[in-house]
Design a protein around this ligand. Structure first.
Ligand SMILES: Nc1ncnc2c1ncn2[C@@H]1O[C@H](COP(=O)(O)OP(=O)(O)O)[C@@H](O)[C@H]1O
Ligand SMILES: [Mg+2]
Length: 329
């Protein structure tokens, strides 16, 4: 299948008291055209920096040390900024976590959507207003011809996130990134917004990268899930593969530590022992080895590559073996 997005060997670093340290470590992945891929991992694992790289929003002191990113077949990191600005919004677009910070509080939402439409397409104001009303209707805003003149403070969080989605779609992008786009919303609104993104993705043939710390949200929405830990991609597979038989001990630990209604409340919740490493103190070998229930000496020596195991990808030396026996912990 054709890829809408390809990331090839992307590494990012930030300054620390010990000099520059790697926070996204040589990650490679693709998003097949028209598919929805979830990127999950604990806070600090490097998800947002990966997302910002795709939008070329990385600023000092964060740096991209190496890698290539192809959007619709075009490499964007080597492109001059003027050229990329034409692609941002038109080819690849992003929905951010906090709708209030993405919107101007003292400008009517309609004016903000119209501005975005006119940035991407040559249309006169009255036409842009018509398109804005259609966009508001498509993201499920009731009475869009009236609500278009509302200010952000007149709308609820869920409605604002719909406005932000309308703006993200105003340039008719092919790739949509949603970084914790529903995290700030209550559970019911979160489900509605996810259903909306799902519907819009199907209607518009979008390829979506859904970034979330919540494995349940990713599972509900995605075709495939990628798991990130301490700057590394450690597993990728179809949702049911990840849930039924993960082939990386970190994924298994994440599944065990999920706190939801499917968990037996009479038993304690298993949290993953220890903490993720600080970026300036990442271990040698496998980054998960200090916390891993299946660690062996080789795990502390070499870095396990992300390789194909049983129709998915795993960065664990013992993946094949653990798949055979089924992971106990
Ligand atoms: N502007 C910055 N300056 C220094 N360190 C940063 C900056 N932005 C992110 N980091 C560090 O990079 C790592 C990855 O951050 P981030 O991509 O935001 O993680 P996530 O989105 O998975 O929570 C974290 O350790 C974070 O502290
Ligand atoms: Mg983040």
């Amino acid at each position: 299948m054709k890829s809408a997005l390809i990331v090839n060997g992307l590494s990012l670093s930030v300054p620390s008291s010990r000099g520059r340290v790697t926070v996204v470590d040589d990650i490679s992945f693709d998003i097949p055209a028209g598919s929805k891929v979830g990127l999950v991992g604990e806070s600090g694992s490097g998800k947002s920096l990966t997302a910002y790289s795709l939008m070329r929003l990385i600023k000092d002191p964060v740096r991209i040390d190496k890698g290539e990113i192809f959007v619709g077949g075009k490499e964007i990191l080597g492109m001059n900024m003027k050229e990329f600005r034409h692609m941002r919004g038109n080819d690849i677009s992003m929905i951010y976590q906090d709708p209030m910070s993405a919107l101007n509080p003292i400008m009517r939402i309609g004016a903000q959507i119209i501005e975005s439409i006119q940035l991407h397409t040559e249309v006169i104001h009255s036409q842009a207003r018509k398109i804005a009303i259609e966009l508001l209707a498509s993201v499920g805003i009731p009475e869009p011809d009236r609500r278009i003149d509302s200010y952000p403070f007149e709308m609820s969080g869920g409605m604002l996130q719909r406005v932000v989605i309308a703006i993200a779609l105003s340039g008719e992008p092919k790739v949509l990134i949603a970084d914790e786009a529903t995290t700030a919303l209550d559970v019911t609104t979160q489900a509605r917004v996810l259903t909306l993104i799902d519907k819009l993705a199907a209607e518009r043939g979008l390829s979506v990268l859904l970034i979330t710390h919540d494995l349940g949200v990713a599972a509900q929405f995605s075709d495939e899930i990628m798991v990130m830990y301490s700057g590394k991609l450690v597993e990728r597979g179809l949702v049911n593969q990840i849930f039924s038989n993960p082939v990386h001990p970190y994924t298994k630990a994440l599944l065990n530590s999920r706190c939801d209604y499917t968990i037996d409340v009479t038993k304690p919740i298993n949290s993953i022992a220890g903490q993720p490493p600080r970026p300036d103190n990442r271990p040698e070998g496998c980054v998960f080895s200090p916390r891993c229930a299946h660690v062996q000496p080789q795990c502390r020596e070499g870095v396990p590559p992300l390789i194909s195991v049983q129709d998915r990808l795993s960065a664990c030396f013992r993946a094949e073996e653990l798949f055979e026996v089924g992971m106990v912990k």
